[in-house]
Design a protein around this ligand. Structure first.
Ligand SMILES: *[C@@H]1O[C@H](CO)[C@@H](O)[C@H](O)[C@H]1NC(C)=O
Ligand SMILES: *[C@@H]1O[C@H](CO)[C@@H](O)[C@H](O)[C@H]1NC(C)=O
Ligand SMILES: *[C@@H]1O[C@H](CO)[C@@H](O)[C@H](O)[C@H]1NC(C)=O
Ligand SMILES: *[C@@H]1O[C@H](CO)[C@@H](O)[C@H](O)[C@H]1NC(C)=O
Ligand SMILES: *[C@@H]1O[C@H](CO)[C@@H](O)[C@H](O)[C@H]1NC(C)=O
Length: 410
């Protein structure tokens, strides 16, 4: 018997018809080759069947093209495309159009699904829709965030995914709602990583700000990983986050900045500047007019000063509320002054620790401070001004930070 082969199968250097029966004079190599050729033939036959099926399918599609069903589909696709265009111009109207034409169900889940897929949608428009204050939009926001899968992603990976799915709008309240939803979802997918949603929220912003500090060429002062770690001290409900976790996140951002859709050069940090900073400065005494070197930390709308960088308790705390700042001339270089505007003689509300450990009210009508360089003076003044200027976002963040820092872990 011979094999029925309708295609000549070329194999190796020879192409020939194959006998079914193995001639008994074949070497093992030749037997193997024959076996290979048979297998190949089997595969080719299967391929041919697949192609035939595909042709049948396409033929039937072509036949149906003229049918009413198909015309309806084309009409539908046209309307969806129109709905997307409308959405990009005015998100609410676009959604309304799609619902009224039965192209989208009026449920938060269906709308969220539509936005998450995002096909043909402008990410700025998605951000605007998700940021709306209305109860229904907030439901959609939550459904949208739930569609993101963050399990086993570190916070930077999750943020990359999240911030790429729409463009975060510029308003503080909107950003707050969206990032709160993000933090809840992250903690839900990764229980046990953070003590609370607040911790996740605060760290997320620390990371977004780090992104700008490290990658925006206008920021001269590039934080080191040590500074990043120290700036995030105490945010895990009063405790510290594991150092290697923070190091990992730092490295990830350092190696690759966040990408955001519609990047127009206005990164998020233009919306809320993070004024936090720390460093050595000279401070003029209140009663005794001597200059003392102190380690200053600006955070949570307060200026703290320490005798040593390692001290746990500050020597003094100056709340920046109601204060102004100006440059002043002094025998010391690079001086600036904190004062109460329109009230030169009033004592600034502040506290300090006496040598014997008692905490007493400060006795300063102004604080005069000298920075080591002109550049550092400018940086400190900018940061303090930003802290004083009551950026609504910064205030929200500072309030949350205060909350988690003051919590005691059990
Ligand atoms: C969709 O439902 C919400 C409340 O569930 C309602 O306020 C809104 O008007 C509805 N939209 C449309 C286009 O029907
Ligand atoms: C998306 O919309 C924004 C605001 O209307 C616009 O500036 C931007 O160019 C649009 N993006 C695209 C890709 O069309
Ligand atoms: C991260 O930094 C890059 C470079 O400055 C910037 O283009 C991007 O918008 C920033 N991302 C965020 C989320 O701020
Ligand atoms: C700031 O001013 C407001 C209004 O005058 C006052 O109620 C508040 O106590 C002041 N805060 C500080 C820290 O002086
Ligand atoms: C504050 O300083 C003034 C004079 O500089 C002094 O009269 C007053 O007793 C001081 N108050 C405190 C609480 O030290």
């Amino acid at each position: 018997r011979t094999l029925q082969i309708d295609t000549e199968i070329k194999s190796g250097e020879r192409g020939k018809m194959l006998p079914a029966q193995l001639p008994d004079d074949l070497t093992p190599e030749e037997q193997q080759e024959l076996e290979n050729i048979r297998r190949r033939k089997q595969e080719l036959q299967e391929d041919i069947q697949r192609l035939k099926d595909e042709i049948a399918e396409v033929t039937s599609e072509i036949e149906n093209l003229g049918s009413t069903e198909e015309r309806k589909n084309m009409q539908r696709n046209k309307q969806v495309a129109m709905g997307r265009k409308k959405f990009n111009m005015d998100p609410k109207k676009g959604i309304q159009f799609l619902i009224e034409n039965d192209l989208l169900k009026n449920t938060s889940d269906d709308i969220a699904q539509f936005l998450y897929k995002g096909e043909g949608l402008n990410k700025t428009a998605i951000g605007d829709y998700l940021g709306e204050r209305d109860d229904f939009n907030i439901q959609v926001l939550h459904a949208f965030v739930e569609l993101h899968e963050f399990t086993d992603l570190n916070l930077v990976q999750a943020l990359r995914q999240f911030l790429w799915s729409f463009r975060l709008p510029g308003e503080a309240q909107k950003i707050d709602r969206m990032m709160e939803a993000f933090a809840q979802r992250y903690c839900q997918c990764n229980p046990g990583v953070f003590q609370s949603t607040d911790t996740c929220y605060i760290l997320s912003f620390a990371i977004i700000m780090l992104n700008t500090s490290l990658h925006n060429p206008n920021v001269k002062d590039k934080p080191t990983v040590e500074r990043f770690i120290s700036m995030n001290r105490g945010i895990n409900d009063g405790g510290d986050l594991p150092e290697d976790l923070l190091r990992n996140l730092y490295d990830s951002i350092k190696n690759e900045p966040f990408k955001i859709p519609e990047d127009d050069g206005n990164d998020l940090t233009h919306t809320f500047f993070n004024p936090d900073r720390e460093g050595w400065l000279l401070k003029l005494g209140g009663r005794v007019k001597t200059w003392k070197r102190r380690w200053f930390i600006l955070t949570d709308n307060c200026l703290y000063y320490f005798e040593y960088t390692t001290d746990k308790e500050p020597r003094g705390i100056i709340p920046l509320e109601n204060l102004s700042i100006k440059e002043v001339e002094d025998k010391k270089p690079n001086c600036f002054e904190l004062f109460i505007p329109d009230n030169k003689d009033q004592v600034i509300k502040a506290c300090k620790t006496e040598a014997d450990g008692r905490v007493v009210e400060g006795n300063h009508t102004f604080y005069r401070i000298s920075a080591p360089t002109a550049e550092e003076k400018d940086e400190w003044m900018n940061s303090i001004k930003a802290a004083i200027s009551r950026d609504p976002f910064y205030e929200m963040l500072a309030a949350r930070k205060k909350k988690v820092s003051s919590m005691k872990r059990h």
